[in-house]
Design a protein around this ligand. Structure first.
Ligand SMILES: Cc1ncc(COP(=O)(O)O)c(C=O)c1O
Length: 456
């Protein structure tokens, strides 16, 4: 279906009753009584009824502009008909199948397609259910292939919630309370972040190489010989940490270090993959060719759970590392992934993301000059963050302001990503979001900032 033929999205935002409306409130009460988990319903005080493209509708009839996109999963827009219809057909034809025992054509075609679009020599594919699983598999391959125990990783990264994923990650201290002492083998170093340079360089001068200097001068000097390190796990842009974008010289220094010591480089592209940053994969911005790559969210076509771990022939080859699972790559999930990639290519969504990125800069960059409490705006493609500070010079994190700005947005029908305790509000719009809607989101966001942080 051509973009022009697609049914247009309904009007949004549209707030009929302040969220949570009565139906949402009742359902959220029931949810809190039964669902276990780190529920974020204070941040998202409504219950979803349905979605179109970039619009969420709640059970009280309110409509929101969707900046959450199922945590960066509905990159082609929610419920894209060219993905949904073939998936429904595949469900009728195949239902569930165990792909590593009974093969089906969609699985073969997807493996071939991923090998075709992946950067460098990533030619082998492990089917997974989720991003977390793909991280587990990548860690396993790094260790089994090299025979070395340690993984070098970066502070603030997020990789999932299983034991190894929490151990390689470090989003917040509580996440690893019962993990650090039992799951070992990880060395965490600061993530390159010029705005808050971990080595207190001037933000304009910090090129991220200070982090690699630290690895060379401190970690390898005092902590471990290099031949105990199997590889490096990195998010090309650190999303949950607040969309931290490493400068180009950092990547040159990191890849040189990996080559020097035979460390395998694994890019966790679970969120940066499939156009999120304006390229098919985030590492393409810096010409980096990783040895392993983790994929999920955007791979789903916005429709089915699926993940993948990609590796070079040299890393994966015929190596046995025990990976996969019953529900990994059901044929309908493979169809969703194939059709999602097809939509990205056919509708020129990578170019579109770059065009929308320009608008995001236009609407958000000026906030830094207009409002004392807006400390930084970071944008890579459609991976977008606004950071709030109490005070410009000291950059004291303004958690309460960020939370209140987010709440003021939701009341106006703009659904951001806001993690409790963070001082950053994020947007991850679909690559198909209408330009006018993105501008409207910018206007709503500024209204909310003005309400909470005071006038211009
Ligand atoms: C960078 C990154 N890695 C791994 C994961 C875990 O993926 P999943 O939630 O599909 O298990 C996420 C989830 O958002 C992520 O952002």
């Amino acid at each position: 279906m051509l973009e022009a033929d697609r049914p247009s999205e309904p009007e949004a935002p549209l707030i009929r009753v302040e969220p949570p409306g009565p139906r949402s409130a009742a359902l959220l009460g029931r949810a809190r009584a039964r669902l276990w988990g780190e529920l974020s319903y204070e941040s998202m005080p409504f219950v979803l009824a349905r979605k179109w493209g970039s619009v969420l509708e709640d059970v009280d009839g309110n409509r929101y502009i969707d900046m959450v996109t199922g945590w960066g999963s509905t990159n082609v827009g929610a419920c894209h008909p060219d993905v949904v219809e073939p998936v429904v057909d595949a469900l009728r034809a195949y239902g569930v199948e165990i792909t590593d025992y009974v093969c089906s054509e969609p699985a073969v075609a997807l493996a071939e397609k991923l090998a075709e679009i992946a950067p460098g020599g990533l030619s082998r594919v492990v089917p997974e259910i989720s991003g977390t699983e793909s991280v587990e598999t990548a860690i396993k391959f790094m260790r089994v292939r090299t025979g070395r125990p340690l993984i070098l990783t970066f502070l603030g990264q997020y990789h999932g919630e299983t034991q190894a994923a929490l151990a390689v990650g470090s989003q917040e201290p509580e996440g690893s309370r019962y993990v650090r002492e039992s799951v070992g083998g990880y060395i965490h170093v600061p993530y390159p972040h010029p705005y808050r340079c971990p080595f207190h360089r001037d933000p304009r001068a910090c090129d991220g190489v200070c982090v690699i200097d630290y690895v060379r001068e401190q970690v390898l000097r005092y902590l471990t010989p290099p031949d105990r390190i199997a590889g490096v796990m990195i998010e090309p842009v650190a999303g949950e940490a607040g969309v931290l974008i490493p400068p180009a010289p950092f990547w040159e220094a990191l890849t040189a270090l990996c080559r020097e010591h035979g460390w395998l480089l694994c890019a966790d592209e679970v969120q940066t993959g499939f156009g999120r940053t304006g390229r098919m994969f985030g590492v393409e911005h810096w010409g980096v060719e990783p040895d392993l790559m983790c994929l999920a969210n955007g791979l789903s076509g916005g429709v089915m759970p699926i993940g993948a771990t990609l590796g070079t022939e040299a890393v994966m080859g015929e190596l046995h590392a025990y990976a996969g699972g019953t529900f990994a790559w059901t044929p309908p999930a493979c169809v969703a992934a194939l059709r999602g990639i097809e939509v990205i290519e056919r509708e020129g969504l990578l170019e579109r993301a770059v065009e929308l990125e320009r608008i995001a800069h236009e609407v958000l960059d000026p906030l830094v000059d207009r409002y004392e409490h807006v400390g930084d705006v970071r944008i890579k493609g459609l991976y977008i963050a606004v950071e709030f500070v109490e005070e410009r010079e000291r950059k004291t994190p303004a958690v309460d302001l960020a939370r209140r700005v987010h709440a003021a947005c939701v009341r106006r029908g703009l659904a951001n990503i806001y993690d409790d305790g963070m001082w950053v509000v994020r947007w991850q719009p679909a690559l198909t979001m209408p330009e006018e809607m993105l501008r409207q989101a910018g206007a709503i966001f500024e209204e909310a900032v003005a309400e909470v942080c005071g006038g211009r």
